[in-house]
Write a protein that binds this ligand. Structure first.
Ligand code: AMP
Ligand code: MG
Length: 341
């Protein structure tokens, strides 16, 4: 069955049933697709189409792998200080948005920090593989790498759709911003094709299209839980929010970490200290656009509460929830309006 037929079923919603699919091959994380279709086979076609759209973004934004015939972020990194690389406009769009986020947050989220993040990545992976010998990156190496993180050295040529890293030791890492942007663009693409209801989650970046349907075909909100960062707790979710037509994006310490000398070191690195930020266990943003929210969660993770709160309160139609490192919960002023009891 072709995608257009599925979409017509999804549009009519006459005999639609709810289905769910999970993929593990995208963005090094878990992707979940929940939608409606007339049969499992129809839904599978839709879910596969969603997967292949996300895969296009995954390949473009990959910093570890090359793909035949594609210039991706790795290609840009490999050519740092050597030449400008012609890329797909979807890379240019992500880089422009990321530059803006870096500027708006005084560098608290900076995709040009790849050289620093790569060191942490190497030590973290080694520490996960061999916990007995886990160690922290030497601070002098981090400081040396941090001299090559000036985002103004990411030169974007809009006319040629090309990117040049003018600092040969600079590397891009779009891990903070890519998943939410890809989820947003994919949601918009399928909405544009007529899909009226879809819940997409790409590793903590949730985007809900339309509303959920109850068995009697009544529309109800998509309700999404905010994960309890305390994974040992029996309460897996802290609370749930109405996510219909909105995005819920979370950065959390529980996603990627390793342990050195009994202390956990996670994957969000404060550019000021070059160490994992220790204000929070998780930060979630609720707003209409997961491409907008992603990256800001990482930035706010690196800010003291009052600074992060002021940042969120100044943004239109944007709410946030912080789980502080002692487990206390803080919320922006309009957050409670979305909480589902
Ligand atoms: P997220 O889980 O969306 O907050 O993204 C975390 C990922 O972003 C990490 O795995 C790193 O690849 C990258 N990252 C960590 N700290 C920063 C930072 N301060 N600025 C930009 N990217 C970062
Ligand atoms: Mg993110």
């Amino acid at each position: 069955m072709c995608l257009m037929m599925i979409l017509s079923v999804s549009c009519a919603q006459k005999t639609a049933h709810r289905y769910q699919a999970e993929f593990l091959s995208l963005f090094d994380t878990v992707t979940t697709v929940i939608g409606y279709a007339g049969s499992n086979a129809e839904f599978t076609t839709l879910a596969e189409a969603v997967k292949s759209k996300l895969q296009e973004y995954n390949r473009l934004y990959d910093i570890y792998n090359n793909y035949d015939g594609i210039n991706n972020i790795k290609t840009i990194n490999d050519n740092a200080g050597i030449r400008a690389v012609k890329v797909d406009p979807r890379i240019i769009e992500l880089l422009l948005l990321s530059k803006k986020k870096c500027e708006l947050t005084d560098g608290a989220v900076n995709i040009a920090m790849g050289s620093v993040l790569a060191i942490w990545h190497t030590y973290r992976e080694a520490g996960i593989d061999d916990p007995e010998h886990a160690s922290l990156p030497p601070m002098d190496r981090l400081i040396e790498a941090s001299k090559h993180t000036d985002i103004d050295n990411v030169i974007i040529d809009l006319e040629r759709s090309a990117v040049f890293l003018s600092d040969p030791k600079m590397r891009l890492d779009v891990g903070a911003v890519a998943k939410g942007y890809a989820a947003e663009q994919t949601a918009l693409y399928f909405e544009g094709k007529g899909v009226r209801r879809l819940l997409l989650s790409v590793g903590g970046n949730v985007r809900a299209v339309g509303h959920k349907l109850e068995q009697n075909n009544h529309e109800v909100p998509w309700v999404v839980g905010i994960q309890n960062p305390d994974k040992l707790s029996r309460q897996t979710e802290l609370l749930s929010v109405n996510c219909s037509g909105r995005a819920l994006v979370t950065s959390g310490v529980y996603e990627r970490y390793y342990t050195v000398g009994g202390k956990q070191y996670h994957h969000i690195i404060n550019p000021q200290t070059l160490m994992p930020a220790d204000y929070y266990k998780s930060v979630s943003i609720l707003c209409p656009d997961s491409g907008f929210a992603d990256g800001f969660t990482t930035a706010i993770f690196n800010m003291p509460l009052e600074k992060g709160r002021a940042f969120i309160e100044a943004l239109k139609d944007t709410e946030a929830l912080w789980v502080l490192s002692d487990g206390t919960i803080a919320k922006s002023s309009g957050f409670d309006a979305y909480v589902v009891k």
